[in-house]
Design a binder for this molecule. Structure first.
Ligand code: PEP
Length: 345
């Protein structure tokens, strides 16, 4: 373990109760005040060490394409060709796509090998057998599919938006996440607030509640196979993306939630990706934010724009450059309340 990581872990381990539910940077300033009253410089450099560790999530960006319910035989074939002819991807990026369950076997057999397949959803049932119409994680895994999305807002809001069946609830999302993990799959867990939530100032409460169901269902070790997709509902398929500042604020708070509710390893290793009208024109600014580790892309994953978005990711995971941004963002992060609003400085 590196020096900064071990210092950080020590602080978290020894001060865990203090840190719980309190802004970590503020608390860490308190810790270092006690550790070394005389040297402001040493305290600040240790805090910066810690912030750098926090920014150094994983070692690859993550870009997922959600093809949703799209694809004739011809259009799927053409789309696969677009991907296959899309040039080399940066080695710093992990790429997955989620075609419909109907197309996934075909796409898997034709797609370039550096794009992994992902289910758009799995059943909250598990196993095989008398489950007519269900598609379980066990089934996908048996067919070599190693990823699934869980809790996409179009499923969480089936009834509200389309008047169909029922809205998928967070406990079902957690249950299917657990089944998928049990089968050895990895899961992109989607969370995010509606416009009404944002206007009511409850963005973070909504996101934290959705994550809490996952936390209560899976083990700490299993977070290594989770990617969190923060997807504000008001930004999905609307052309209206969250600004980099808005997205970064939430991502930083989600990372702090991981820190306070799980541990420093999970907080630093979990990739938190942004979804909601990502396109080539906004991807670079979003990916430059220290806590944005990639994207979940809907509309633009159905065209060559997806390759452009992938190429917006830096060619290397540059933790030094990202930490500089992290330092600049630290003041912002400290000023966000549990209601998701920024307090006046
Ligand atoms: C999505 O479906 O997850 C999504 C983010 O869609 P879009 O990029 O079209 O907003």
């Amino acid at each position: 373990m590196s020096f900064s990581k071990s210092v950080y872990k020590y602080c978290i381990d020894t001060q865990f109760n203090l840190i719980y539910n309190i802004d970590s940077t503020t608390v860490l300033r308190g810790i270092f005040k006690n550790l070394n009253r005389n040297s402001q410089f040493q305290r600040l450099s240790l805090i910066h060490h810690i912030q750098r560790t926090m920014a150094a999530t994983g070692n690859k960006f993550f870009v997922g394409g959600n093809w949703k319910l799209n694809g004739t035989r011809e259009s799927i074939e053409a789309l696969v060709n677009t991907y296959n002819n899309g040039g080399k991807f940066p080695s710093s990026v992990e790429v997955v796509v989620a075609p419909t369950a109907l197309h996934i076997g075909y796409v898997q057999s034709k797609m370039r090998p550096d794009v992994a397949m992902c289910a758009q959803n799995v059943s909250s049932d598990s196993g095989f057998g008398a489950l007519t119409g269900e598609l379980t994680a066990d089934l996908f895994k048996a067919w070599g599919i190693n990823w699934t999305i869980a809790g996409h807002s179009e499923r969480r809001r089936r009834k509200q938006i389309r008047g169909l069946g029922h809205d998928e609830e967070s406990n079902s999302v957690a249950k299917k996440t657990k089944h998928a993990l049990n089968c050895g799959m990895k899961v992109i867990v989607c969370i995010g607030e509606t416009l009404a939530d944002r206007e009511a100032g409850t963005t973070l409460n909504v996101c934290f509640e959705q994550l809490t169901f996952i936390k209560e269902t899976i083990s700490v070790e299993e977070w290594a196979r989770i990617v969190i997709a923060y997807e504000p509902v008001w930004a999905i398929g609307t052309g209206l993306s969250a600004s980099p500042e808005q997205a970064q604020e939430v991502h930083a708070s989600l990372r702090r939630w991981l820190l306070t509710n799980l541990n420093s390893e999970v907080a630093s290793a979990t990739r938190i990706i942004y979804g909601g009208s990502v396109k080539p024109t906004n991807a670079s600014a979003l990916i430059a934010c220290p806590d944005i580790d990639g994207f979940l892309v809907g509309g633009c994953s159905l065209k060559s724009d997806f390759m452009e978005i992938i190429n917006c990711c830096p060619p290397e995971w540059d933790s030094t450059a990202r930490s500089e941004l992290g330092k600049r963002a630290a003041n912002d992060i400290q000023s966000i309340g549990a209601d998701g609003k920024k307090s006046k400085q």
